[in-house]
Design a protein around this ligand. Sequence first.
Ligand code: ZN
Length: 282
Amino acid sequence: MNVYVSVDMEGITGITHGDMMMSGQPEYNRGRKLMTEDANAAVEGIQQAGAEYILVNDSHGPMRNMFFEDMHEAAHLITGSGDAKPHCQLEAADSREFDCAVFVGYHAMARTWEAIHPHTIAGAVVSELRINGRPHGETGLNAAVLASLGIPTVMVTGDTTTVAEAEAFLGSKIKTVAVKESRGRNAAICRPPSATRPEITRAAKEAVENRSNVELYVPGRPQTIEVDFNNMQQADRAGRTAGVEQTGPLSINIEGTHFWNQYQVLWAALRSALYEPAVWLQ
Ligand SMILES: [Zn+2]
C-alpha cells in the first residue's frame, strides 16, 4: 500500500503567526520543528495501518521547511523549490499508484472568517478560486485533483475552521483532527503537541485502514477552474499562460476534463502572477 501526504504549515499544532511560517522570521525554526513533528505523527499512524511506501510533500511557501534529518524513517520527503514542482502541493502524486492521501497542517480557503491565515494557494495574488462556480480552498481543490488520479483523501488536520471546511467538501467519513480552535487570523486556542500528536497518529491509522469507505471527491465533469486575482497586473500575467483564458480584468478560466492537467496550468499561471518585474523597468 502506498500513501501520499501533503503537509502545509498554517494548520500545524501551535502555529498561529507568520513569524513561525516564513524564512528569516525569528520563530521560523520552531515552526519547522512543529511541522516536521505533526507530519511524523501522521506517518507513524500510516505505517501502523500497513503502508509500505509513504511519500511526504513539503507543501508550504519555500517548500524546504521540514527538517529532513528528523523525519520518520518510513517517510520519503519531497523537498525543494516550488518552481521545480509543476504540481506544487501534489507533486509526484502520479509517480506510482497511491491508495489514499492525507493532508496535514492545512488551512481554510481565502475569505474565510476566524481562521489561521486563510488563503487559497497564494494569498498575495488569489482573491477567490472557484470550481464550477463554487469557491474552493486547497483542501477541496487538492482532493479533487487527487480524485482525478483515483486517490481518495481520507484525512485532514488543521484548525477548527479548516476541519469544518474539509467535512463540508469531503463528507463526514474522512478523519479530521482539529489541533487548535481558531480565534482569528493570528490567534487560536492551542492544544500542546503531547495532546495532538497521539491523536494525529490514531486518526491517520484509522483513516488509512478505512480508506475504502471514503468516496472520491468529484465536483463535476467537465470542470472549470476560475480564479479572481487581487489586481489587474496579476490577472494579465496569469492570462498569458498556455491553457488559460482571461475572462475579465481580474479573472481567468482554466477549462478541461482532467484536473491533474488543469492543476499544472493553474500553478504555472499563479507563479506567473506572483512574478514582479524589476523595479527599474516599471
Ligand atoms: Zn502554507
